[in-house]
Design a protein around this ligand. Structure first.
Ligand SMILES: [Fe+2]
Length: 260
């Protein structure tokens, strides 16, 4: 089966790109499952229920989040009620929402998605390395295919997670930095790995934000309200192929499509 992991959707330009292009990409690549990180979908921070529902309608099967999961209060009840949207599993257990989803693809394959957050510069309530083995074992008990979104800053953390879960999951895909890395790898145990999937949004920017605003903040140290940039919009991510019966990955490559 073929899985598209869509990298961090940033603001309206990123949302529009997915809404306009995903139906045709699903067809063109024969996609069975689409997972998208949407933690920057609402003007660069967080996501709302309306935005999430529009992404589902466009062909996203499961939405993952990250350190901005709770920036929009409106989404809290939706995180509780809709099983297709995830926040990191190692956030506090009392925070709204869940960290694992199981969906059924058109051909009847059960696929699980697990969302984890790293520890460097981010607020992980529990170590992702402590919770990951148990979480993926639970996911594997009900699904053959397991995709992990590891939302983390450090390359080392992401590579280590890929190695820890090698042979236990179909793919470990890194998110959060918004810069796509050139290391799609099939690990020895049959797990697809990519350090960072990149960003779905405006690349004429500083990781999605208008360059002038970022420079003003860095150059003056004053608070500056960030706004999404507009130009050079791309859909980025990872394209994964796997054996649906065993969950073993057979191919992984970076994905990048220019929009406009
Ligand atoms: Fe993030």
């Amino acid at each position: 089966m073929r899985i598209l992991f869509i990298a961090d959707i940033f603001g309206a330009p990123g949302r529009r790109a997915v809404e306009q292009r995903l139906p045709e990409l699903r067809e063109q690549h024969g996609l069975d499952l689409v997972v998208a990180n949407a933690e920057n979908a609402a003007d660069g921070v967080g996501v709302t229920s309306r935005i999430a529902l529009k992404l589902f309608t466009s062909g996203v099967d499961v939405i993952t989040l990250g350190n901005h999961a709770y920036r929009q209060k409106e989404v809290y009840p939706f995180l509780q009620s809709d099983e297709r949207i995830l926040r990191p599993a190692n956030h506090p257990a009392n925070a709204p929402g869940r960290g694992t989803a199981v969906v059924e693809t058109a051909d009847g394959t059960r696929a699980a998605v697990v969302n984890l957050i790293g520890q460097l510069y981010l607020d992980a309530a529990r170590s992702p390395f402590e919770v990951a083995p148990e979480l993926v074992a639970q996911a594997r008990a009900t699904a053959d295919v397991v995709i992990v979104d590891f939302h983390a800053e450090a390359t080392s953390e992401k590579m280590a997670m890929g190695r820890l879960l090698d042979g236990r999951v179909t793919a470990v895909i890194g998110t959060h930095t918004h810069i796509q890395t050139n290391d799609p790898t099939l690990l020895p145990g049959g797990t697809a790995y990519l350090t960072d999937a990149g960003m779905t949004g405006p690349h004429d920017s500083v990781i999605g934000v208008r360059t002038d605003l970022v420079l003003r903040r860095f150059q003056t140290g004053l608070p500056v309200r960030f706004e999404p940039a507009e130009n050079d919009v791309r859909i980025e991510g990872a394209l994964i192929e796997c054996d649906a019966a065993t969950g073993r990955a057979t191919a992984v490559e970076t994905f990048r499509v220019s929009v406009e």
